[in-house]
Design a protein around this ligand. Structure first.
Ligand SMILES: [Zn+2]
Length: 285
C-alpha cells in the first residue's frame, strides 16, 4: 500500500493488474472505517477505472502513477461519492438509465448529500483543495452502459451486469477471467442504503438473487465501493436473507435519525424515514 502524490488516496494492489484507490473522510462506524474505493483494472490496450470517488483528491494523478494506458471511467451509479473525479478523465460511461442524472445539475437530494461532505470530513485535505469551491459535476459522458455489454480492455473483458435496487441504473462489472465482481453500492459489509429517493428494495432483492445465481461462488471475489474489500460471495446470501426479513416486516427497524435502520450482524439496511425529511437528508452514500 502506498499513497497517491497528493496524499489523499491509498493505492493497494488487489489482484494481478487490479488496484484499489481508496479514500477515507476519517469516519468510523460499527463496521469499521467508512472507506470509499475506486478500482483501476489494467488490460493490454486500455485501463478501466470503476467509479471516481468524492471529487476531493487528484484521482487522475493517482492513476498516472500506475499506468500510462488510456483510461475509461465506468461509473457504477450516479451518486456523488462515485462520480466526483469523473471530470478529470476524457472517457466516462454510466448506465443509459442514469445518464440524465450526471450530465446536468445534481438532484436536490445529491446536492444536499454533497453539501454534508465538508462537515463529515476529518482528514487533512490535499494541497490546493478547498471545500469553498467543492462541487460535483456535471459529467461529460462519452458512453452509455447496457446490461450485457462487453468492455474489452485488451486481453481482459468486463461484462456489464445491470443490478437495479440501490439506484435504477446501478451496474456491477464482472471480470470473468479474474473472477472479480466490482459492485459499487450493490453489496458491502456495512451500511446498505435503501433510503434514497430512487432506491427500490424489491428490485434490489431480485438483483441479489441474480448475482447469487450467476456467480461461481468458489472462485469469485466481490469488490465493493465501501468498507472492507474484497468480501466473499457469501456476502450476497447474507444480504438477501436480511432484505427478505425487512420486506417481510420481520426485522427490527429503529429510528436512526435521518433514516430508519434494520441492524444485522455485519450489515445494516437504511430505509426511508417515515416522514420525508427535508430534501436529501437521507443520503451518505
Ligand atoms: Zn450509492
Amino acid at each position: 500500500m502506498r499513497r497517491s502524490p497528493d496524499g489523499w488516496f491509498t493505492i493497494t494492489e488487489m489482484a494481478a493488474q487490479t488496484f484499489a484507490l481508496t479514500e477515507s473522510l476519517g469516519q468510523v462506524d460499527r463496521f469499521g472505517p467508512v472507506l470509499t474505493h475506486s478500482y483501476l483494472l489494467l488490460g493490454n490496450a486500455q485501463a478501466a477505472l470503476v467509479d471516481a470517488s468524492h471529487g476531493i483528491g487528484d484521482l487522475r494523478g493517482a492513476v498516472a502513477t500506475i499506468t500510462r494506458l488510456p483510461v475509461k471511467v465506468l461509473l457504477t451509479h450516479y451518486h456523488f461519492d462515485h462520480i466526483g473525479c469523473a471530470h478529470q478523465f476524457d472517457s466516462v460511461a454510466i448506465s443509459e438509465l442514469e445518464a440524465h442524472l450526471v450530465s446536468g445539475q445534481q438532484t436536490p437530494e445529491m446536492q444536499a448529500a454533497t453539501a454534508r461532505v465538508a462537515e463529515r470530513c476529518r482528514q487533512p485535505l490535499p494541497p490546493n483543495f478547498s471545500f469553498d469551491r467543492y462541487a460535483i459535476g456535471p459529467v461529460a459522458l462519452t458512453g452509455r452502459l447496457h446490461d450485457g455489454d462487453l468492455i474489452d480492455l485488451g486481453g481482459r473483458v468486463l461484462q456489464v451486469v445491470h443490478t437495479p435496487g440501490h439506484s435504477p441504473g446501478s451496474v456491477c462489472f464482472w471480470d470473468a477471467g479474474a473472477g472479480l465482481m466490482f459492485g459499487g453500492d450493490t453489496f458491502n459489509r456495512g451500511l446498505i442504503t435503501m433510503s434514497l429517493e430512487l432506491c427500490d428494495i424489491e428490485a434490489y432483492q431480485s438483483s441479489l438473487d441474480r448475482l447469487i445465481s450467476a456467480l461461481p461462488a468458489a472462485t469469485a471475489s466481490l469488490l465493493p465501493a465501501h468498507y472492507a474489500t474484497p468480501v466473499g460471495t457469501d456476502t450476497l446470501a447474507g444480504l438477501a436473507a436480511g432484505i427478505a426479513q425487512v420486506r417481510a416486516g420481520s426485522a427490527t427497524v429503529v429510528d436512526a435519525g435521518l433514516w430508519r435502520q434494520a441492524d444485522f450482524d455485519w450489515f445494516s439496511v437504511a430505509l426511508p424515514a417515515l416522514v420525508a425529511p427535508s430534501s436529501g437528508a437521507a443520503a451518505d452514500h
